[in-house]
Design a binder for this molecule. Structure first.
Ligand SMILES: [Zn+2]
Length: 402
């Protein structure tokens, strides 16, 4: 890194701190409770217990200046280490802040698991893969080993772990009044194909079905295309400007001709500013490019986290995780936005399922539920359901970066 890189990196960090809610509640809880013998913490989860006590504690904290102290806001973690010019924190300490302890050793010595009453976390040293509360996520930077102990990049705590464990800590733009659906491809752009049909037709069908379901539930929905025509990648997100308090949901199907076994659902949000795309090496220029989507990155990540557990829980599809990419439709979107790859048209089994109206209707219902979970989060601070709310086993096996 040269001086310009350092300046850009620190500007990105400052920007992140303003995007995410400032008071790190779990950290605050740790400090508070260690000085407050009257409060029993052992069985109070970050998301519920502290919220109940916030009203009681905040006035006295403000009086002591604790919340506003810059030292408090930035000191935070005790066991830190600079690795590759980036601040890292001992994962044991991070896990403890979310009431988790190390679980039994796993077969693969690189995998480290933590468990608590409310949360679980499994990471694999040297990779960016993290299973958070049973759902696969992709961190921006690999978990590192320092003398055999796992360390996680601080930026991943702020932009992945905390918002996933505690969705109520994320600063959101406010209530949602319109869902702008974007059925991928259209017209001359057919997208990928299976032996049974084209991506452009499946995306439009899934959107039509989801829209019908949400409209019955009195949710206003619009679409970037209503029929088989082509809209450009800049026209699609630009549509959101015509509506009040929208979110943007782009629907696609996946393909991997070179690996027909590839299957499952993945959901994309824009990466945090300065962080790489999932599966790609950091790019000093592209990762820092300014975009409209960067300002709503935390909300887009919250939207992805609200939708994926419901889709996985109801569809039973393979979990490919919450991923990050600067796709044009996400980059140019000034409102919370995600892109969902609903399944693989190059997988013989999945392609056959996708071709049935029953599968697409079930997908549409699950997607409608996931979107409503975000609407409830943004409108009334109701935490979305997690994977444990569905009768589906948690993701447990790591995959290679994909
Ligand atoms: Zn596509």
């Amino acid at each position: 890194m040269d001086a310009t890189d350092h300046a850009l990196a620190s500007a990105a960090t400052v920007r992140l701190k303003t995007l995410y809610v400032a008071p790190p509640w779990c950290r605050l809880k740790r400090i508070l409770f260690s000085h407050h013998p009257a409060i029993a913490v052992r069985h109070v989860s970050c998301d519920t217990g502290l919220r109940r006590m916030k009203s009681l504690l905040i006035p006295s904290l403000l009086a002591t200046g604790l919340i506003l102290s810059p030292a408090f806001a930035h000191a935070g973690w005790d066991t830190t280490k600079k690795i590759a010019d980036r601040e890292h924190v001992a994962l044991d300490e991070v896990a403890a802040a979310f009431d988790m302890k190390r679980a039994a050793a796993r077969k693969d010595v690189l995998e480290i698991a933590y468990t608590g009453e409310a949360h679980q976390l499994i990471v694999k040293i040297t990779t960016r893969e993290a299973i958070i509360d049973g759902v696969r996520h992709w961190l921006s930077f690999p978990v590192q080993s320092v003398s055999g102990e796992p360390f996680v990049a601080e930026i991943d705590i702020d932009t992945a772990l905390r918002p996933a464990f505690d969705p109520l800590s994320v600063k959101l733009p406010g209530p949602v009044r319109t869902v702008v659906f974007d059925p991928g491809h259209g017209g001359h752009d057919k997208g990928c194909r299976s032996p049974y049909g084209y991506e452009k037709d499946y995306t439009l069908d899934v959107v039509n079905r989801t829209r019908r379901i949400l409209e019955k539930r009195k949710v206003k929905c619009v679409q970037s295309r209503l029929s088989d025509f082509f809209a450009t990648l800049s026209e699609r997100p630009a549509m959101t400007k015509n509506y009040e308090d929208p979110i943007f949901v782009s629907i696609h199907f996946n393909s991997a001709d070179w690996r027909p076994s590839a299957n499952g659902i993945e959901i994309y949000a824009i990466p945090p500013q300065g962080c790489p795309t999932t599966g790609k090496k950091p790019d000093l220029v592209l990762d820092r490019r300014d975009s409209e989507g960067a300002d709503v990155e935390p909300a887009s990540y919250a939207l992805a986290n609200a939708i994926l557990p419901t889709l996985l829980g109801k569809m039973g599809s393979f979990d490919r995780g919450v991923k990050r990419a600067r796709y044009a439709v996400l980059r140019h979107c000034e409102v919370p936005s995600v892109l969902i790859e609903c399944g693989f048209l190059t997988n013989p089994v999945e392609a056959k399922k996708v071709d049935t109206p029953e599968w697409r209707e079930k997908f549409a219902e699950s997607l409608a539920d996931g979107i409503e979970a975000y609407i409830a989060l943004a409108g009334s601070q109701k935490a979305p359901p997690g994977l444990s709310d569905f009768d589906r086993p948690a993701t447990d096996a790591f995959v290679t970066e994909m």
